[in-house]
Design a protein around this ligand. Structure first.
Ligand code: SAM
Length: 190
């Protein structure tokens, strides 16, 4: 058991493993993640509702979003931002590779009568088919990617944007990292 634990505790090299698809597509875990997205009081899979509303207001104003705006949200999850943009009349596309989230997002768009186009895709393999005035990637998704994946994605963003288009993405700050404390916890379950 101790040698197994020591293997588990072996610190991988930065970006040695890309486990993101498991987190968002495993049948059990992805359902739990959806619950976290929809929990309006926490900042786990999505930010809390108050923050989302405030940042949507900022984005709508800052990018002067209107019915001629074409927005693409990479890693849109269950569509918390795409719905807000569409309610403002923008033409909206959401890309995500989580079947659980895209299913929820599509049902929600149908229920609220919002003409949002959702693509079930890996955004790292997305081949831009059209140009957008605004591309967004929200909740620090850029940070989990390796330098090579970031390079790939920046190229996709570049090819997805109109000449005068804007890219919005958020990242963790150095101060945030300095405040993070690593910890390990074990539970015995029989
Ligand atoms: C932290 S969540 C943020 C979701 C949403 N932007 C929000 O703030 O509510 C990250 C999202 O990106 C998606 N995602 C991660 N890697 C992806 C990839 N390579 N291709 C497509 N979607 C991806 C996940 O399925 C998940 O929905």
């Amino acid at each position: 058991m101790f040698s197994e634990l020591s293997g588990i505790n072996h610190r991988p090299l930065p970006f040695e493993y890309y486990t993101t698809p498991l987190l968002w597509n495993d049948p059990y875990i992805s359902k739990q993640m959806l619950q976290h997205h929809l929990n309006e009081t926490t900042d786990l899979a999505s930010r809390n509702k108050q923050f989302i509303q405030k940042s949507c207001r900022w984005m709508l104003e800052h990018f002067a979003i209107n019915p001629s705006s074409k927005i693409c949200d990479f890693g849109c999850g269950p569509g918390l931002y795409t719905s807000a943009f569409a309610e403002y009349g923008a033409q909206v596309t959401g890309i995500d590779f989580s079947e659980t989230s895209i299913r929820f997002a599509r049902e929600e768009a149908r229920r609220r009568n919002l003409p949002i186009r959702y693509l079930l895709r890996n955004y790292l393999e997305y081949v831009p088919e059209e140009k957008f005035s605004v591309v967004t990637m929200i909740f620090c998704d850029f940070c989990v990617l390796s330098p090579q994946q970031r390079k790939t994605l920046l190229k996709i963003f570049y090819e997805s944007l109109e000449d005068t288009g804007s890219l919005l993405f958020d990242v963790y700050s150095i101060d945030y990292f300095q405040a993070v404390q690593e910890k390990r916890a074990y539970e015995f379950d029989c």
